[in-house]
Design a protein around this ligand. Structure first.
Ligand code: NAD
Ligand code: MG
Length: 394
């Protein structure tokens, strides 16, 4: 079997590291074409020395020169490129078969789209890209014949629980609704009055998953589940009202599909992203991921409850944006990115996050999406409104 060349966009992040862990277990199947990183250059250098990619891509020329020099000194043949165009290039090059899209936030949109447009097998972790550009993104998948496989554990679970022909439409294949599980994050049992004073450190200490900072804060505010609701609408051609969010504190049931005959199919596993990564890498085959077998007896019980929309208004805001459609989801995502960054920088409190997002959305009217430039303009304007809110506040 010839090896499949893989590009990992966002190799130095949490998903990137887990992807390299799985790939290292299957050196007979995969060869690394490119690794990209934005900061943490020492980690990227170490990854290059171990995995010997043909290319590494960094943010700017200075980083590129420094990395190129140290790699050469260590005897590595990896060529270092830099900038946005290089990201799109290593995502779309003809030799590449698989692209792991694991850059965080809107920055991942263009390179992820480049992979889709080039018809790759795209492993989608970068949910923000799909949230921003849903219709356009899915059209590009259909046009190019790209194989889009979800990495988000919930969507990967839903994909595994769907019938093979689900793309015919949920109604046609007997699916009644999708049950999207949520851990509820570190603050799920907190009193409303205590939420205002939580710190970034507390927000990033997720009880079940170890993840990058941005998604950890999103999980704490439940905006992550809101973004995932929008993501599920696009991936499975579902209406927002066909998706129900269920809080499941153990994070063992990764989501469920409810059929018209009363059957409910769930996917279970330990909360470790290497499972969906291995699934998407090898689909339709199965390969070892390094994740230990689920011990149901040790888990004991599985609990489910409704989300508290008063405590976590971000989830309701995301549902509204999903229903509004058009540019609303790009606006929601942009305002959230600004708010999360401000929270992580200690500029605002945790409960200001939904306030900024709502204020931003109230100032903008969603429009039907014309093209990528239109989406980027909506994103930029929403960032401007959110930044102005922050500036007026201080
Ligand atoms: P992370 O912060 O750990 O890593 C992000 C990666 O993106 C890093 O390699 C970083 O260098 C790169 N990056 C950041 N800003 C960039 C920019 N402006 N340009 C180019 N590259 C940039 O994040 P993560 O937890 O690995 O999450 C990555 C994506 O996967 C996110 O969209 C997240 O929502 C999604 N996701 C993550 C998990 C998880 O368990 N970590 C689960 C589901 C989905
Ligand atoms: Mg998820």
């Amino acid at each position: 079997m010839s090896k499949a060349w893989i590009t990992i966009l966002g190799a130095t992040g949490s998903i990137g590291v887990s992807t390299l862990d799985v790939i290292a277990r299957h050196a007979d199947r995969y060869a690394v074409y490119a690794l990209t990183g934005f900061s943490r250059m020492l980690e990227l250098e170490a990854q290059c020395l171990i995995h010997q990619p043909l290319f590494a891509v960094v943010a700017d020329q200075a980083q590129a020169c420094a990395l190129q020099q140290s790699l050469r000194q260590a005897g590595s043949k990896t060529e270092v490129l830099w900038g946005e165009e290089a990201l799109a290039r290593v995502a779309g090059d003809s030799q590449v078969e698989v692209v792991m899209a694991a850059i965080v936030g809107a920055a991942g949109l263009r390179p992820t789209l480049a992979a889709v447009q080039a018809g790759k097998r795209v492993l989608l972790a970068n949910k923000e890209a799909l949230v921003m550009s849903g219709a356009l993104f899915m059209q590009a998948v259909r046009d190019s014949g790209a194989v889009l496989l979800p990495i988000d554990s919930e969507h990967n679970a839903i994909f595994q629980c769907m019938p093979a022909d689900y793309q015919a439409g949920l109604g046609k294949v007997g699916v009644r609704r999708i049950l999207l599980t949520a851990s509820g994050g570190p603050f799920r049992d907190m009193r409303a009055e205590d939420l205002a004073s939580v710190t970034p450190k507390q927000a990033c200490a997720h009880p079940n998953w170890s993840m990058g900072q941005k998604i950890s804060v999103d999980s704490a505010s439940m905006m992550n589940k809101g973004l995932e609701l929008i993501e599920a609408c696009w991936l499975f051609d579902a209406r927002p009202d066909q998706i129900e969010v269920v809080v499941h504190p153990q994070s063992v049931v990764h989501s469920l599909v409810d059929y018209v005959d009363g059957s409910v199919i769930a996917q279970l596993g330990n909360p470790d992203m290497r499972t969906p990564i291995a699934h998407a890498l090898a689909w339709p085959e199965r390969i070892d991921s390094g994740v230990s077998a689920l011990d149901l007896l040790a888990t004991g019980s599985l609990d489910f409850r409704a989300p508290d929309l008063k405590l976590f208004p971000c989830l309701g805001l995301a549902r509204q944006a999903a229903e509004a459609g058009g540019t609303a989801c790009a606006q929601l995502n942009a305002a959230n990115e600004v708010a999360v960054e401000a929270f992580l920088a200690g500029r605002i409190g945790f409960t200001d996050i939904p306030v900024i997002i709502e204020a931003t959305l109230n100032r903008m009217t969603p429009e039907p999406v014309e093209d990528l430039n239109h989406i980027m303009a909506a994103d930029a304007l929403a960032r401007e409104h959110a930044q102005r809110w922050l500036a007026n506040r201080h």
